[in-house]
Design a binder for this molecule. Sequence first.
Ligand SMILES: Cc1ncc(COP(=O)(O)O)c(C=O)c1O
Length: 371
Amino acid sequence: MIPANDFQRQWQDIQEDAVAAFRATGASGWYILGEEVRGFESALASYWGIQHVIGVASGLDAIEIALRILGCQSGDSVLTTPVSAFATTLAILKLGAVPVFVDTGDNGLLNLDRCRDLLWRRPDIRFFVPVHLFGHALDVAALRRIREERNVHIVEDCAQSIGARSRGVATGTAGQIAAVSFYPTKNLGALGDGGAILTESPEWRDRAAVLRDYGQSGKYRHELVGYNSRLDELQAAVLRRAMLPRLNRWIDRRRAIAGKYLDGLHHSDVRLPGPPEGSESSWHLFPILLPAERKPELLEYLKASGIMPGEHYPAIVPDQPIMAHVAFEFADDCRNARRFASSEVSLPIHPYLTDEEVQRVIEAVNQWKPR
Ligand SMILES: Cc1ncc(COP(=O)(O)O)c(C=O)c1O
């Protein structure tokens, strides 16, 4: 089976560096918020080209804490996308805030013109969580303009977009604050959970550091209702010593695989939804689209052909069962988003996929004969 991700092959490659990271952490005798976390935060800040990185326990926490830093409270409306990992919306719900879902474009990513129009019509919406989905960069300059024109607070969800650029500019730099995930499948994945907040503001960096650690501003001095959301020393050590040094190579490999798919896939039922204009994608995922009624058949066929497909995401967020019990709003009918969810299939894309496996995936899709 060609898996969607291959952590065994990854382990073969990284194990020496990962074990060295464990040894260094063990030998230090310091397991929470020590040198490894600080070292990783500053290494990621240089990689990203941003002033401050604050390690937290997950991407979910990074979004929630970032929203809180910007002042988001219970009852506030937060514009976001209906096509994302549920965590994007969950972070909003956990604050008691109200997600407002606006439709996406055909490629499953937010349509920023639509977002701008909505924000003109709805000055009560003061928070916005755009998602750079699939490793595709939304237009960062447009996000910056929206922020400035509408005076809206933006948390960029960069869980899937490490390494992606929009007209040469890294995602997460629209000017306020961004959230990252180190969930193992991500382009920069840990050997477990982890996340980070990115910001240029020293004030927000300090606030994030207080919030992640019980709201503690100094030892035994609690000023905020905080969280236990610290990035572990062990995960930070692995990320810094084993993963980050390989990240550019991994992203190059993802781009090469995406290039082969884009050149090689030719099937009359299959569409390839590209990144937005100006986006240099880091290809976290490789989505393809087909007529909704054929999707179950392609999923079955790929599995039978020894290829593990994915779905990102089979249902839009507002259609999830829990949403029947919480406050949210549709800004429009979210028609494109629904169509996208019902017709999307993800092909395997990870740095350890061989050329021969990529070729097998291309041939399997091209030879598919729908009934
Ligand atoms: C777009 C997006 N946002 C948020 C998250 C949440 O990250 P985590 O799983 O680290 O909480 C994820 C990952 O699962 C994601 O893909």
